[in-house]
Design a protein around this ligand. Structure first.
Ligand SMILES: [Zn+2]
Length: 82
């Protein structure tokens, strides 16, 4: 602990999960997903609701890759709020 130095020399991808989902697949869980498409979409996190079909790039129609970062239950599905 104590050292917050990021090891930038190692080009480790920061995706915490290895399973990826492609355009056209439906989201297995509601949650935050990474999406990256260097041509048109800056890498970002997006919330995708369970069952939603992952979209293609709206500009070029190319298939995209999504990776689950964190599963997030909508409040309507959270047992503490129901
Ligand atoms: Zn595109």
């Amino acid at each position: 602990m104590g050292s917050q130095k990021l090891q930038k020399s190692q080009k480790v991808r920061l995706f915490p999960t290895t399973q990826s989902h492609r355009t056209g697949e439906s989201a297995p869980v509601s949650g935050v997903y990474w999406v990256e498409h260097s041509k048109h979409i800056a890498r970002r996190e997006v919330y995708v609701h369970q069952g939603i079909h992952f979209p293609a790039c709206p500009r070029c129609g190319e298939a995209l890759e999504f990776r689950l970062v964190e599963q997030v239950a909508p409040i309507s599905e959270d047992p503490d709020f129901s």
